[in-house]
Design a protein around this ligand. Structure first.
Ligand code: NAD
Length: 290
C-alpha cells in the first residue's frame, strides 16, 4: 500500500518519518523542497504534483496549517480530488474548523473518496516519539481500516464520532491548553514577584492537584526562556478563532477563551507570534512589570 503525506512541517515531518520507519511506502509533498529531500533520503518518493501523488496512493495523510490550506490541497485546482480514485481515503491530521471538515467530507463523498478528520495533540516531542493523541471523526469502518496506520504515529487513537467530531474534540483540547498555560504563567509570575523561587514552586506543586501535562511541558520552557516552537502562538490563535466561531454557531459563550485569545493577539502584535505558546507568560510579566 502506498501512503501519500502532504505537509512536512514541525509535526508532519517526524510523523512521516515514523511511517517510513514502520515500513510504509510513502509519497511526500511539501512547498519546502528541503523537507521533501529529507524524507527522500530515508526512502520516501516525491511526486511531480498533488494529482500524481493522489493517483498513486490508497491513503493520503495531510498535515497542513488550517482550513484554507486543507481545502486548497484537497478540493482546489490540482488538488487530491482530481487524482484520487473511488475508495481512496484522506486522513486529515491538521487542526481545522469542524465545519470545513464536514464540507470536505461531503465534497469527497460525491467521488466515493473517504475523509477522516484526525487532529493530534502532543506537540513536536510526541510527534518524534510516535506517541501523539489522535482524535478521529468520520465513518467508523474507515477508522477501523486505518487504525493501525494511525497508531504508528500515536500513543492513543480514539474514535469520537461522525465527520467533524475529531476537530470539535481538538478545539476542546486547545481551549484547555490555552487556559492552562495562562494559569501556569500567572502563577509563576506571582511566585517570582512575591519572592519565591519559581523553580521550587513548580517542583512543589507539580505532584499535587495543580500539576498537569501542560505545566510539565511549559513551566520549564518559561523558566529557561526557551520560546522556540513547538507550537506557535499564531497557530494557537487560529485554533481559538475556530473554537470561538464554532461556539457562536452553537450558542456557547467562551468568555475565558476569548480573553486568552486577545492576550495571544497582543503578543503576536509585539512580534512574538512565531514563538512557542509558552511565550504567553510575557504578557503577564509586562502586567506585573517584571
Ligand atoms: P508547520 O507550519 O510547521 O507545517 C505546515 C507545513 O505545511 C509546512 O511545511 C508548509 O510548507 C506545508 N504546506 C502549506 N501549504 C502547503 C501546500 N499547499 N502544499 C504542500 N505543503 C504545504 O505547522 P505544524 O506545527 O506542523 O502544524 C501542522 C498542523 O498541526 C496545524 O494544523 C497545527 O495546528 C497542528 N498541530 C501542531 C502542533 C505543534 O505543536 N506544532 C501540535 C498539534 C497540532
Amino acid at each position: 500500500m502506498k501512503v501519500g503525506f502532504i505537509g512536512l512541517g514541525i509535526m508532519g515531518k517526524p510523523m512521516a518519518k515514523n511511517l517510513v520507519a514502520a515500513g510504509y511506502k510513502l509519497v511526500v509533498s511539501d512547498l519546502k523542497k528541503e523537507a521533501e529531500k529529507e524524507l527522500e533520503a530515508l526512502g520516501a518518493q516525491t511526486a511531480q504534483s498533488i494529482v500524481e501523488l493522489a493517483q498513486q496512493c490508497e491513503v493520503i495523510v495531510t498535515m497542513l496549517p488550517n482550513s484554507p490550506e486543507v481545502k486548497q490541497v484537497v478540493l482546489g485546482e490540482g488538488g487530491v480530488i482530481e487524482g484520487a480514485k473511488a475508495g481512496t481515503t484522506v486522513i486529515d491530521m491538521s487542526s481545522i474548523a469542524p465545519l470545513a471538515s464536514r464540507e470536505i467530507y461531503a465534497a469527497l463523498e460525491k467521488k466515493g473518496v473517504h475523509l477522516l478528520d484526525a487532529p493530534v495533540s502532543g506537540g513536536e516531542p510526541k510527534a518524534i516519539e510516535g506517541t501523539l493523541a489522535v482524535m478521529v471523526g468520520g465513518d467508523k469502518a474507515i477508522f477501523d481500516k486505518y487504525y493501525d496506520l494511525m497508531m504508528v504515529m500515536a500513543g492513543s487513537v480514539v474514535y469520537v464520532g461522525e465527520s467533524g467530531a475529531g476537530n470539535i474534540t481538538k478545539l476542546c483540547n486547545q481551549v484547555v491548553v490555552a487556559l492552562n498555560i495562562s494559569a501556569v504563567s500567572e502563577a509563576l509570575v506571582l511566585a517570582k514577584k512575591a519572592g519565591a523561587d519559581p523553580e521550587l514552586v513548580y517542583q512543589a506543586i507539580r505532584g499535587g492537584l495543580a500539576g498537569s501535562t501542560v505545566m510539565d511541558a511549559k513551566a520549564p520552557m518559561i523558566m529557561d526562556r526557551n520560546f522556540k516552537p513547538g507550537f506557535r502562538i499564531d497557530l494557537h490563535i487560529k485554533d481559538l478563532n475556530n473554537a470561538i466561531d464554532t461556539s457562536h454557531n452553537v450558542g456557547v459563550p467562551l468568555p475565558l477563551t476569548a480573553q486568552v485569545m486577545e492576550i495571544m493577539q497582543a503578543i503576536k502584535l509585539d512580534g512574538s507570534g512565531v514563538e512557542d505558546h509558552a511565550s504567553l507568560v510575557k504578557y503577564f510579566e509586562k502586567l506585573a512589570n517584571i
